[in-house]
Design a protein around this ligand. Structure first.
Ligand SMILES: NC(=O)c1ccc[n+]([C@@H]2O[C@H](COP(=O)([O-])OP(=O)(O)OC[C@H]3O[C@@H](n4cnc5c(N)ncnc54)[C@H](O)[C@@H]3O)[C@@H](O)[C@H]2O)c1
Length: 323
């Protein structure tokens, strides 16, 4: 199939592009390299079925000369923890509007990267696709990300009803692995591994009791491949994550990473960053997916436990940092 991937030089995009090329698909990958890196795509940059386009997806003209059967829309701004919420709201809307218009024009399907953050503060875990989406006050800017993705999902579904747009929405739960961004943008694993490798304090936001259910990137990619290759994914929303028994606290994650990097007998070092240092902030205390829909539709079965995935990620990061 001919597929456009937005955000191809980012973490999930680069891993996904490699797998789809290996499976014989033709890929046009777009990225403005605002968070993505050329090194993430260097392995397949010269692949005969890959074309890289440098550009901003918020610009509607960028897609004018390209056509595909599917657009996998991964490019996004994330939780504005240190940045302004305006860019999250503006860019996520503008990009999606352009992608949807293009899909309607070319009669192509959109696969949209949504997030577990849409469930917000809902205390009833595990989250099912029909669970309530419970956000905090609009004066807390971190909710701008979840708002933009909820708006995105609604906007896609409304376009589907009005214009027959075909879609699959994946709500990703904490993906990590090779090519994740090494700044805070890449999530806790990347920062924790770097600190453990340097024998420095791991920075824990809050007291570390908040939990997450992380997904090794190969499992995230496996689900995305199923969305591409199976029509039964059309017009459906899927939690895209690991089994609920993989839930771990952020402090537990820090301890596990420290042990895998420095051995059982090394005492982990932590520094606690109060939420108040991000201004008015609220965290999600538990985030656990119900992935039975993904299992039922595609026999999906996550292949990596957290420990196995972390070992592979640490190996990659060690090599990259020369540690
Ligand atoms: N990684 C996760 O754990 C996770 C969890 C939930 C949802 N998601 C969603 O999955 C998607 C991919 O996440 P990721 O972790 O790979 O992110 P990433 O930041 O590593 O990749 C996104 C890519 O999009 C590019 N980009 C951003 N704005 C652009 C623009 N205006 N024009 C062109 N390119 C642009 C960036 O340069 C980057 O390479 C995002 O939509 C994100 O919201 C990710």
């Amino acid at each position: 199939m001919k597929i456009i991937i937005t955000g191809v030089a980012g973490f999930i995009g680069s891993n996904l592009a490699k797998t789809l090329l290996d499976r014989g698909h033709e890929i046009i990958g777009i990225d403005n390299l605002s968070y993505g890196l050329e090194r993430n795509i260097q392995d397949f940059r010269d692949h005969p079925k890959f074309k890289f386009v440098f550009g901003d997806i918020a610009n509607p003209l960028i897609l004018k000369d390209f056509h595909s059967e599917i657009i996998i829309h991964l490019a996004s701004q994330k939780i504005p923890r240190y940045t302004n919420a305006l860019r999250t709201l503006d860019e996520n809307y503008l990009m999606l509007r352009n992608i949807i218009q293009k899909c309607i024009l070319d009669r192509s399907k959109i696969i949209f990267a949504s997030t577990s953050d849409v469930y917000g503060k809902n205390e009833k875990v595990p989250f099912h696709e029909e669970s309530d989406l419970v956000l905090g006050s609009t004066t807390i800017k971190r909710w701008a990300y979840a708002s933009s993705k909820i708006y995105g999902e609604q906007y896609i579904i409304a376009n589907s009803e009005e214009y027959g747009l075909k879609y699959t929405i994946g709500r990703f739960f904490g993906s990590y692995g090779p090519n994740h961004n090494l700044t805070w943008w890449g999530g806790p694993q990347s920062g924790f591994i770097t600190k453990a490798l340097e024998n420095e304090e791991i920075e824990i936001h809050g007291d570390g009791s908040q939990t997450r259910t992380f997904t090794y990137v190969d499992d995230t990619v496996d689900a995305l491949v199923k969305f591409v290759e199976n029509n039964s994914s059309d017009n459906e929303i899927f939690n895209t994550g690991s089994n609920p028994d993989e839930e771990i606290s952020i402090l537990g994650l820090g301890k596990l990473i420290w042990k895998l990097v420095n051995g059982e007998n090394s005492e982990p070092k932590f520094k606690y960053i109060p939420y108040s240092s991000f201004g008015k902030y609220e965290d999600v205390m538990r985030r656990v997916p119900d992935i039975s829909k993904l299992k039922q539709f595609f026999n999906f079965d996550p292949q990596y436990s957290l420990e196995e995935g972390l070992k592979k990620t640490i190996e990659w990061q060690r090599k990259l940092l020369g540690k």
